[in-house]
Design a protein around this ligand. Structure first.
Ligand SMILES: [Cu+2]
Length: 237
């Protein structure tokens, strides 16, 4: 089944959760990048440490082979346990969720635009949200009807690739960054920084990008076999 490329954020019943995960990744895969099939990534999403919620889910990425310069990656999230409302979802720059979700780093955004606001004394961007919502890892919100529901988000991005290269999400892009990347789900919706400015919600200066982090999953390259690997309980977080 081809992943739905229409940007949506909807809610499904829990009874459909396993079924969707089972067929949502079907297709021939490219395990080592040597075949002409699609490439897949998967993240098992869990509650961030110190957060009093019971979140679990899966994030699935699919990139079709193409000789064109711009690659499109389908992104699909299915998540249980999110509080009601919209929640920001981004791809963050480090391939780790531990010891805290803060270790996932900032939004995935390799390249010279990363430090639009200039670097501080530690070599970090002094205004990490300056490029928001145009970071390479910025995605759309996921919407929940409540912690007992299963939330689904489908979107498509051409800002990343599952292949190697400057926008590859499975490699390290800075000397101090862990290789790989993560999905981070935030407590608040992404407001996409209207007019290019941060939305001031008090103490949280990054509120325009969803505020604190409540769930995280490391994105890893996978080769799903739809006949065996991902049509059973092993696919269900
Ligand atoms: Cu984020």
């Amino acid at each position: 089944m081809r992943l739905n490329s229409r940007p949506t954020s909807t809610v499904l019943s829990a009874s459909l959760f396993a079924w969707i995960i089972g067929i949502g990744v079907a297709g021939s895969a490219a395990a080592d990048g040597s075949s002409a099939g699609p490439k897949f990534g998967r993240a098992m999403i869990q509650t961030c440490s110190g957060v009093d919620l019971d979140i679990s889910g899966v994030g699935i990425l699919r990139e079709e082979p193409s000789d064109e310069g711009v690659k499109k990656v389908s992104v699909r999230l299915l998540v249980r346990g999110l509080p009601a409302g919209k929640h920001a979802v981004h791809i963050h720059e480090n391939g780790t969720c531990t010891p805290t979700c803060g270790d996932a780093g900032g939004h995935f955004d390799p390249g010279p635009s990363e430090c639009v606001g200039g670097a501080n004394a530690n070599g970090k961007c002094s205004t990490p949200d300056a490029n928001h919502p145009y970071h390479m890892g910025d995605l759309i919100n996921i919407e929940s009807k409540g912690e007992d529901s299963v939330s689904v988000m489908n979107t498509e991005t051409s800002r990343i690739t599952l292949d190697e290269g400057p926008l590859g999400i499975f490699q390290a892009h800075t000397n101090d960054a862990s290789a790989g990347s993560t999905f981070i789900i935030h407590t608040l919706p992404d407001t996409y920084c209207p007019d290019g400015t941060l939305v001031d919600l008090g103490e949280d200066a990054r509120a325009c990008a969803g505020g604190s982090r409540i769930a995280c999953g490391v994105i890893q390259p996978v080769n799903f076999d739809p006949e065996s690997d991902c049509q059973g309980p092993s696919c269900i977080p």
